[in-house]
Ligand binder design. Structure first.
Ligand SMILES: NC(=O)c1ccc[n+]([C@@H]2O[C@H](COP(=O)([O-])OP(=O)(O)OC[C@H]3O[C@@H](n4cnc5c(N)ncnc54)[C@H](O)[C@@H]3O)[C@@H](O)[C@H]2O)c1
Length: 245
């Protein structure tokens, strides 16, 4: 699968799943891959490996900064072909212990951040007549999870937004595809905090008997971004080794 000539934007691109998507897109021949993140400790090294990778320090919750960054990319590249809304955080707690700050922080990044990016990029893709948006949901959107009221609400919202934008951005003949990926348990800095006991229990329930790797999710993100998925939109693709069936 190739992304030859495509201009791609990936949020949360400094580490974990996002970073692997950035590397995968660059290796697939993308003309430019804009990796957006709050900071890039150690990330510069990667930019030298792939000349097409450009790092942009940006907080996706800041809508004015998002609009300015997207406008800059449009000025520099003339178009945006692929947007991956991957930036996400967790602030887990049982609901009775969950603070306003924990609730608001997760809503701000996982939901408002995704909205900010799509509002800036979606209409531009409509103008171009084509584009692909990939939103990072979670199996938690489908199953719920104890201690994750904030996270589950945002990932459920991401699934609804995916279907809404698939309809909204496909109007007037525009071939803008919007899909979501629902990863299971993937080995990244985010899941480093999850206690071993819980991870072992999850692996026990996973048909393929292992945690996922960022590459497992990046392959799905490559397919959805590529023309190989040109008749696929409004879908939620689980990449979870058969954890949720
Ligand atoms: N790891 C998993 O098991 C798993 C499972 C399901 C879904 N997901 C989802 O996949 C996505 C990536 O997860 P990950 O495990 O790679 O996480 P991670 O914590 O390793 O990486 C997330 C990246 O997002 C960036 N980020 C956070 N807030 C930001 C903001 N306001 N603006 C810009 N960037 C910001 C972080 O700096 C970080 O580089 C998230 O949306 C997450 O919810 C992960």
């Amino acid at each position: 699968m190739t992304l030859e000539g495509k201009v791609c934007v990936v949020t949360g691109g400094a580490r974990g799943i996002g970073r692997t998507i950035v590397e995968t897109y660059a290796a697939a021949g993308a003309k430019a891959v804009y990796a957006i993140d709050m900071g890039f400790g150690g990330f510069e090294k990667m930019s030298t490996t792939h000349a097409s990778v450009k790092s942009v320090v940006l907080d996706v919750t800041d809508s004015a900064a998002v609009n300015a960054a997207v406008e800059q990319i449009r000025t520099d590249e003339g178009r945006i072909d692929v947007l991956v809304n991957n930036a996400g955080i967790t602030r887990d707690n049982l609901i009775q212990k969950m603070s306003d700050d924990e609730w608001n922080a997760v809503i701000a990044v996982n939901l408002t951040g995704v909205f900010n990016m799509a509002r800036a990029v979606g209409p531009l893709m409509m103008e171009q007549g084509e584009g692909a948006i990939v939103n990072m949901a979670s199996i938690v959107a489908l199953t719920g999870n104890v201690g994750q009221s904030n996270y589950a609400a945002t990932k459920g919202g991401v699934v609804s937004l995916t279907k809404t934008w698939a309809k909204e951005f496909a109007r007037r003949g525009a071939k803008v595809r919007v899909n979501a990926i629902a990863p299971g348990f993937i080995r990244t800095p985010m899941t480093e905090k999850v206690p071993e006991k819980i991870l072992d229990a999850m692996i026990g329930k996973t048909l393929l008997g292992r945690m996922g790797e960022p590459e497992d999710v990046a392959s799905a993100a490559l397919w959805l971004a590529s023309d190989a998925a040109s008749f696929v939109t409004a879908q939620v693709i689980s990449v979870d080794g058969g954890l949720v069936i």
